[in-house]
Design a protein around this ligand. Structure first.
Ligand SMILES: [Zn+2]
Length: 171
C-alpha cells in the first residue's frame, strides 16, 4: 500500500495517509485532515495521464492506417500493372497463332516482364510494409502472401485474355 505524506493544514506536521484513505487525523494537533482535495487532484492528474496515453495510442493508430493505405495503393498499382502486362502478353501470344508470328516474342517478353516485375516489387512491398501499432497483431505483408495474390491476378488476367482472344479475335 502506498503511503503518502501531506502537511497538516493546522500545525504543519506531516500526516501520513494510505492511498485508499481520504480522511485522517493529525497525530500532533488532533486536527481532522481532509484528503478530498488531494484525492480529486490525483484523480484529475491520473485521468489526464490516461487521456494522454489514449491520445498517443489513437495518434499512432491513425498514422499506421495512413501508412497502410499508402502501402496498399502501391501494392494495388503493382497488381494492376503486372495484371495488364499479363493480359496483353497472353493476348499477343494467342494472336500469334492466327495473326503474326512476331507477336509471340512480344507476348512472352511482356509475360516475363510481368512475372519478374511482380517478384521484384513483391520483395520491395514486403520490406516497406508498415508495422502495426499493436505488436501482437500480424503484419499484413508477407512475401508469399503479396506475391501469391499477384500470381493469382496474373493467372486470372491470362485466363481472361484467352477467353477474350477466342470470343473477339477468333483464335
Ligand atoms: Zn496537525
Amino acid at each position: 500500500m502506498d503511503v503518502i505524506k501531506i502537511q497538516c493544514p493546522n500545525c504543519g506536521a506531516s500526516v501520513e495517509r494510505k492511498s485508499n484513505e481520504y480522511f485522517g487525523v493529525c497525530e500532533y494537533c488532533g486536527s481532522e485532515v481532509c484528503f478530498d482535495d488531494i484525492k480529486s487532484e490525483a484523480e484529475v492528474a491520473d485521468l489526464r495521464g490516461q487521456v494522454n496515453t489514449l491520445d498517443r495510442r489513437i495518434g499512432a493508430e491513425n498514422e499506421y492506417k495512413q501508412k497502410l493505405a499508402a502501402w496498399e495503393k502501391k501494392r494495388n498499382r503493382m497488381y494492376i500493372i503486372t495484371g495488364a502486362m499479363s493480359f496483353v502478353g497472353f493476348l499477343l501470344a494467342a494472336l500469334s497463332v492466327t495473326e503474326d508470328d512476331a507477336f509471340i516474342v512480344l507476348g512472352v517478353t511482356l509475360l516475363l516482364g510481368a512475372v519478374i516485375g511482380l517478384t521484384i516489387l513483391s520483395i520491395y512491398r514486403t520490406a516497406d510494409c508498415p508495422k502495426p501499432t499493436d505488436p501482437n497483431a500480424p503484419r499484413k505483408g508477407g512475401f508469399f502472401r503479396i506475391f501469391g495474390t499477384g500470381a493469382l491476378i496474373l493467372s486470372g488476367a491470362a485466363f481472361l485474355s484467352v477467353i477474350f482472344a477466342v470470343i473477339f479475335c477468333g483464335v
